[in-house]
Design a protein around this ligand. Structure first.
Ligand SMILES: Cc1cc2nc3c(=O)[nH]c(=O)nc-3n(C[C@H](O)[C@H](O)[C@H](O)COP(=O)(O)OP(=O)(O)OC[C@H]3O[C@@H](n4cnc5c(N)ncnc54)[C@H](O)[C@@H]3O)c2cc1C
Length: 587
């Protein structure tokens, strides 16, 4: 349809957000919080409260709710507190527990994640209420929210999005000009589809069927905490069930099966298949015997079928646009990751926009948008790896946990056993991977090829410059090419991204004399920490090495090599003055 834009009513906003789910409400609320003078409009085609699936949250959502200032309102809504998840797998139905509180027991994890005391739980929410609280809160904080408004078409000029055409509840169309458009339209993926950015993840093509039950029993009661419970996930021969109490009365129960299985077995009556499977589920069916099936909270029927095919966008941001939540990526719900990913990406998008608005540097701006896309991929990589593994392999808990450790290997400096690694991923902490590695603004990201990010580097510059000059002729022998790139860190005081630099040390593809492939050694976290803690103009390399040896319980010679290597890496990032060819062997 060809609109004459001049004849349509027009207004201008710094940011127009499409969609008022968790991603849209979070993005709009935080963008307004940190940029109060910006005009922000949110269009939501439904009128809230509206039904939505996706009820089990993860603990990492709690700090974001606090940052939005909506945490107490969610608390007052009285949703059941989720202390963890319980899984029963395959023929051996012995349940195993993944309680978030266990993370606190390991002091290394606790320190590394800076898990606040009250963040070892999440909520199991009625989404019609949860989403309404978030959206109303965004409006209260100054976002112009229009419910019953649907985004219809984008308007662009020379490849840059400049606004959109929307329809109000009475069917009237208007053109709305925008500096930025944020696509938070969920699986409708308004902008991503328009730009044909969406790519399915072939091994995760599933179908979900779900319903709501009133009067059923909770599977788990926790002594002394009447409102606390766990969700239950139980495998079936070809898929899995969820059992999620979302209030004292109502429980959400759903079945997820690969689409290929339904096709192969020629199952077309999915309601019957759901009911028959439920009666055969030994852990859930007894809880529902006395319960009645009810209509979904927020409206809709009493039975739902949803294609839950996982996908991701080739891009999550570009000139004049950014996408957050399901509109950019959707990972199968086996780990309850969707709402967290939606709110985490929205938080990051708000920080990205705040920085964008405050910069005139075109190169920096395009770098920011690229970094946002990279963040999205990294934040979801753990969930994606575990979901893909679960569907593609024997449902064996031990192997699933081991997979979590593999997924974390590139992200976390602390070494964990398989089960703790699983807990960390399933609490959503791995999605906030930067938090796992931050030490006083220094991000150490062991990766393959391994990466150091020094993001508050500029602030440390003065101290670093007075350290004796380092030579670069002594780069660890297993490490080859070096790359320095720009990198970003979130500054929660200002709601901005802070520029830093990132050093990549690419491994030499070589074999040792014994024929083994050589891999770079991971950085020694304790050495680097000790070096940073003591680094000032007066400290000698020998003293640094001594401190590193004590902190890491290492022989002096090993610590000295590691400390020197680390100082050289800092030099590569530009903070130390380097005399070409001069090898620093300690002072
Ligand atoms: C079967 C299943 C089970 C799940 N279980 C869980 C779970 O247990 N835990 C979990 O965390 N996640 C779960 N999820 C994922 C979760 O539902 C989503 O990840 C989450 O809702 C994403 O939030 P969002 O804000 O991106 O999108 P949404 O919540 O979908 O919000 C998008 C909003 O955009 C609006 N909209 C769409 N198009 C337009 C338009 N053109 N104009 C204006 N408005 C528009 C829609 O009306 C909607 O309100 C599950 C998903 C599925 C499919």
């Amino acid at each position: 349809m060809n609109y004459n834009l001049l004849t349509m009513s027009s207004a201008w906003y710094d940011l127009v957000v499409i969609g008022g789910g968790p991603a849209g409400a979070t993005l709009a609320c935080l963008a307004k919080k940190y940029n109060p003078k910006r005009k922000i409009l949110l269009l939501e085609r439904a009128r809230f409260p509206r039904h939505h699936v996706g009820e089990s949250l993860l603990p990492e959502v709690v700090p974001i709710l606090k940052e939005m200032g909506v945490h107490r309102k969610i608390e007052r809504a009285g949703f059941p507190r989720k202390v963890g998840a319980v899984y029963a797998w395959g023929k051996d139905r012995r349940p195993w527990f993944a309680d978030f509180g266990q993370l606190k027991i390991d002091r290394r994890i606790y320190r590394a994640t800076r898990l606040p005391d009250d963040c070892d739980f999440a909520w199991q929410v009625d989404r019609s209420l949860y989403d309404k609280i978030l959206l109303d809160h965004a409006a209260e904080r100054g976002v112009e929210v229009r419910e019953g408004w649907e985004a219809l078409e984008l308007r662009e000029e020379s490849g840059e999005i400049r606004g959109l055409v929307a329809r109000d509840g009475d069917g009237r169309r208007s053109f709305i000009a925008a500096g930025f458009v944020a696509d938070c339209s969920g699986q409708a993926s308004f902008l991503s589809r328009y730009r044909e950015l969406r790519r399915p993840i072939p091994q995760l093509k599933n179908v979900a069927a779900y319903a709501y039950f009133k009067g059923g029993k909770w599977k788990y009661r926790i002594a002394g905490r009447p409102n606390a419970t766990r969700i239950f996930i139980g495998s079936t021969p070809n898929g899995w069930f969820w059992h999620i109490p979302i209030s004292r009365e109502v429980t959400s129960v759903g079945l997820v099966v690969p689409a290929a299985h339904l096709k192969k077995r020629k199952i077309t009556d999915i309601r019957r298949y759901f009911e028959a499977s439920l009666r055969r589920c030994p852990e859930i069916w007894p809880l529902l015997r006395a319960a009645e099936r009810v209509r979904a909270p927020g409206g809709g029927g009493d039975f739902f079928i949803q294609r839950d095919w996982s996908y991701r966008n080739v891009n999550s941001a570009g000139p004049g646009w950014i996408a957050a939540g399901d509109s950019a990526l959707f990972v199968d719900p086996i780990l309850s990751s969707g709402v967290l990913v939606a709110q985490l990406s929205a938080q990051r998008a708000a920080y990205t926009l705040g920085t964008f608005w405050n910069s005139n540097d075109a190169r920096l701006k395009s770098e920011l948008l690229r970094a946002y896309g990279e963040f999205y991929r990294e934040a979801t990589s753990g969930f994606l790896a575990l979901a893909a593994f679960w569907y593609g392999n024997d449902r064996n808990a031990n192997e699933w946990w081991a997979q979590a450790r593999l997924a974390l290997r590139h992200l976390l400096a602390v070494r964990l056993d398989d089960r703790k690694a699983f807990l960390l991923v399933s609490a959503g902490l791995a999605a906030n991977y930067e938090k796992l590695q931050r030490y006083r603004g220094l991000l150490l990201r062991p990766n393959y090829p391994y990466v150091h990010i020094v993001s508050q580097f500029l602030g440390m510059r003065a101290a670093l410059e007075s350290v004796p000059a380092m030579g670069l002729d002594d780069i660890p022998s297993l490490v080859g090419r070096r790359e320095v790139r720009s990198s970003w860190r979130m500054d929660p005081d200002k709601g901005r991204m802070v520029a830093g630099r990132e050093l990549r040390l690419l491994p030499v593809r070589a074999r040792s004399l014994t024929g083994h492939a050589l891999t770079p050694r991971l950085p020694l976290g304790s050495v680097q920490t000790a070096v940073l803690e003591r680094l000032d103009g007066k400290t000698s390399v020998r003293e640094l090495a001594r401190a590193a040896a004590d902190a890491g319980n290492l022989p002096f010679a090993t610590a000295a090599i590691a400390a020197r290597g680390f100082l050289r890496e800092l030099a590569l990032l530009g903070g130390l003055k380097v005399r070409a060819g001069a090898a620093a062997r300690g002072r």
